[in-house]
Design a protein around this ligand. Structure first.
Ligand code: GLC
Ligand code: CA
Length: 514
């Protein structure tokens, strides 16, 4: 695992919406460069930037038309290289987004692949043998090309699946994984990784990393094999390159060669029950554990999931805990500021690598029912412009309001912006800074192998000599320690306190003691 990951705290940037440096209404590379000191001031020392490559943007850039060319709207390649070097000057790191499962339907490989006559790219994508042959259970598109066949999709219609072969090929068009065409796909992805690492990025977040092998990929063994090959070679050549997978099963992705894997807000997942329980049912009571008003929220399922994965991967890789991302609803308004402070305190003191989604540090709100933008649909409300100040465009851009990539959320702008929260020691922004400062100041919090769970309710956990407890419920709680600590309170939120060998946890509080 890359050394720099040991104390990394990531900040995720959706480049469209972060900061517009040239007044055309859309965020760009130079805008990110201008805000690096801000990101660093948060205690974040690493950045994950969503796809920034040439694309028709039918899925916000996850439909790549040319992996080696930057999208014009974000600036030039030189601007990106300048961003890399400004990041490194500040002792920070930056990872790009790699989309290995599919390309845009406008990628040159696909233009070739669609042709009736056979060529080098005919088998770069998965095609059935003739136009009326369905996808054998996989989503497919027919009738769009001179080629007599249907192609398999990885996500939207605009995203044909790249061909890595099948673990158990059954139909003539299902190639074995070691077919030369499938090995050529691997090689092409390896080449793209090296291309950007050579230009100075520090690694990749890998989109739909578990999706490479379709159908009957038993326990993902085929997909794991492909990654072991690709990442094995990459890590030998670039030992300090870091890879985080969108996979959601660290017990599979870490052995596949990833350094870290995200826990995702899948239906019924323990992660989701912490803050987004509501979207598992239609209407009714929201019982997210971190929502004070919840009647029966519990961390039980999260702790069970987490501890199981932790035991399986400890010493080998990291679980990546996200506050949210460009696909999930934001924490607010479902949680309020006080709830979110506790959520941050918990997440940023757990082992593994934490990720802050831009705007979550000031409590930006999720917007329901926003008209879709670039394939965002319900995700669009999570991608609005960063709120820098209480001004017309929230300080995001000097363009006219109707030219912005997405409209600014003006509903609570007076409180939810960086400038205002800078002035208040108790704001969500400054509380987050205190939490990251606490994490950076205690080497034990960067040790990924020292977690002990002392109690589920209240939630009490130990890292080396530090005992931490959180009570996001509306009911006061206590916890009696086995050994009386020296009595040092290292960090606290709400009215938590230590009385002899007892931790007092009034409703809505957090404490760390040694
Ligand atoms: C991932 C991305 C998402 C994208 C999809 C297809 O889930 O996070 O934004 O739409 O993959 O690439
Ligand atoms: Ca711009």
């Amino acid at each position: 695992m890359a050394q720099w990951l040991k104390n990394a705290i990531f900040y995720e940037i959706y480049p469209q919406s972060f900061y517009d440096s040239n007044g055309d209404g859309i965020g760009d590379f130079n805008g990110i460069t201008k805000k690096l000191d801000y990101i660093k001031s948060l205690g974040c020392n690493a950045i994950w930037m969503n796809p920034c490559y040439d694309s028709p943007f039918k899925d916000a850039g996850y439909d790549v038309r040319d992996y080696k060319k930057v999208a014009e709207r974000y600036g030039t390649e030189q601007d990106l290289l300048n961003l890399f070097s400004e990041v490194h000057k500040r002792d920070m790191h930056i990872i790009l987004d790699l989309v290995p499962g599919h390309t845009s339907e406008e990628h040159a490989w696909f233009t070739e692949s669609k042709k009736a006559e056979r060529n080098e790219y005919s088998d770069r994508y998965i095609w059935t043998s003739w136009w009326l042959e369905g996808g054998d259970g996989l989503n497919f598109v027919a009738g769009e090309s001179p080629r007599d066949g249907a192609y398999i999709l990885n996500f939207f219609k605009c995203q044909p699946a790249l061909n890595y072969g099948f673990l158990k090929p059954e139909k003539p068009w299902q190639k074995p994984m070691d077919d030369p065409a499938c090995l050529a796909t691997r090689e092409a992805i390896y080449d793209i990784i090296c291309f950007w690492l050579d230009k100075g990025c520090d690694g990749f977040r890998v989109d739909m990393a578990d999706s490479l092998i379709k159908r009957d990929d038993e326990n993902k063994s085929g997909t794991i094999k492909v990654w072991q090959d690709i990442l094995g070679r990459v890590h030998r050549k670039y030992p300090e390159a870091a890879f985080v997978s969108e996979w959601g099963r660290p017990e599979q992705s870490i052995p596949a060669g990833f350094d870290m894997d995200f826990l995702l807000d899948w239906w019924g997942s323990g992660y989701k029950l912490l803050a987004r329980e509501y979207s598992d049912h239609n209407g009714g009571e929201d019982n997210s554990y971190f929502r004070k008003g919840a009647k029966s929220g519990s961390a039980e399922k999260f702790l069970k999931d987490y501890m199981d994965l932790y035991e399986k991967t400890k010493g080998k890789g990291a679980i990546a805990l996200i506050t949210g991302n460009h696909d999930t609803p934001r924490l607010q308004p479902n949680l309020d500021n006080d709830d979110v402070k506790l959520f941050f305190a918990f997440f940023f003191t757990m082992p593994g690598t934490p990720f802050m989604y831009y705007g979550d540090e000031i409590g930006m709100h999720y917007i329901d029912n926003m008209p879709t933008k670039e394939g965002g649909y319900s995700r669009t409300g999570t991608r609005t412009p960063m709120q820098w100040s209480n001004t017309e465009n929230a300080g995001f851009s000097t363009a006219e309001g109707n030219k912005l990539y997405l409209p600014v959320d003006k509903r609570n702008l007076a409180e939810i912006n960086v400038e205002t929260q800078e002035q208040d020691d108790n704001s969500l922004l400054n509380t987050f800074r205190k939490i990251t400062a606490f994490r950076h100041s205690e080497p034990e919090l960067n040790d990924y192998e020292n977690l002990e769970l002392l109690s589920h309710e209240p939630l009490v956990y130990k890292r080396g000599s530090i005992v931490m407890a959180v009570n996001p419920t509306g009911v006061d709680k206590k916890y009696k320690l086995n050994n009386k600590p020296a009595g040092n309170v290292l960090f606290s939120l709400g009215d938590a306190s230590l009385e002899n060998d007892e931790i007092m946890l009034p409703a809505g509080s957090y404490i760390a003691v040694r």
